[in-house]
Design a protein around this ligand. Structure first.
Ligand SMILES: [Zn+2]
Length: 264
């Protein structure tokens, strides 16, 4: 009888522990309607991206690469950024990216335009991804995206970095053969990390196949430096640009090394 009572107490204690840990995890997430949910606890960052795949070719098979659809490769590419990496805040850091995909069938073109134009943060926000789209298609069917100066800003918030409101990512036709990596690169922008320009940074800060290297289609390498830049962008609400941060990043890498992540 005593044994059973002890077991019951253990179970109750475990339930209390589990329920409080769930609550504290949820409390760390910012802005519940944000397009990009940012849930940071100590050395763990869990990012949920609310995605609507749109455009007439989103669900075509990507025959240049596999038989998977473009939409599938986009999701796979963004989630490929997940992993653990050493040398952040003196320890290991784990990043998990989760694409929460809404069924596109639920939205008409005009509803998608409304979502892109909305500024009401009591409504749920999304990142609308247009895989394999063309300017002509966007201009015709998604004027709300086209109006947001898409040539200069393929990702909303490129400069100011605001992941809360709805935005979009375009993976242009012609990116075939590298859809997943392009999606991973664009997701990194959603997390506030800028492009590595030509000769703009110290070569030691990023490997040859770093995901932010322009034209890198060979891998989606994520390092502790990206994590540092992400956390900084989240605090400052400004995109972390390599060129501006060159000296700061050199200091960081001198202290922590340049470490690439291991996939989860
Ligand atoms: Zn870029």
């Amino acid at each position: 009888m005593k044994m059973i009572r002890v077991k019951i107490w253990l179970i109750i204690a475990l339930l209390i522990f589990l329920s409080t840990s769930v609550v504290s995890g949820a409390a760390a997430c910012e802005q519940e309607n944000a397009a990009v949910q940012y849930c940071l606890t100590d050395n763990n960052l869990h990012v949920l991206i609310n995605v609507i795949m749109a455009g007439e070719r989103a669900f075509d098979p990507c025959t240049e690469e596999t038989e998977d659809t473009y939409a599938f490769l986009v999701k796979q590419g963004m989630e490929m950024l997940s992993g653990t990496v050493a040398g952040v805040n003196g320890g290991e850091f784990s990043l998990k990216i989760e694409v929460v995909e809404e069924s596109t069938k639920k939205f008409t073109k005009s509803e998608i335009n409304d979502i892109l134009a909305q500024t009401d943060d009591t409504k749920k926000n999304y990142i609308v991804v247009f895989p394999q789209a063309s300017f002509a298609e966007l201009k015709r069917d998604y004027p709300a995206a086209y109006a947001k100066d898409m040539v200069k800003k393929p990702v909303l918030g490129y400069e100011s970095y605001d992941y809360a409101g709805s935005g979009y990512v375009v993976i242009m036709a012609g990116e075939a053969g590298r859809v997943a990596n392009t999606a991973a690169h664009e997701a990194m922008h959603l997390l506030g990390v800028g492009d590595i320009g030509f000769d703009s940074i110290d070569a030691s800060l990023a490997g040859r196949f770093d995901i932010m290297r322009y034209g890198n289609k060979r891998s989606a390498d994520v390092s502790n430096i990206h994590i540092y830049m992400m956390l900084k962008a989240n605090k400052s609400k400004k995109t972390s640009q390599w060129k501006d941060m060159n000296d700061e990043l050199l200091k960081f890498s001198k202290k922590n090394g340049l470490n690439y992540s291991k996939p989860l």
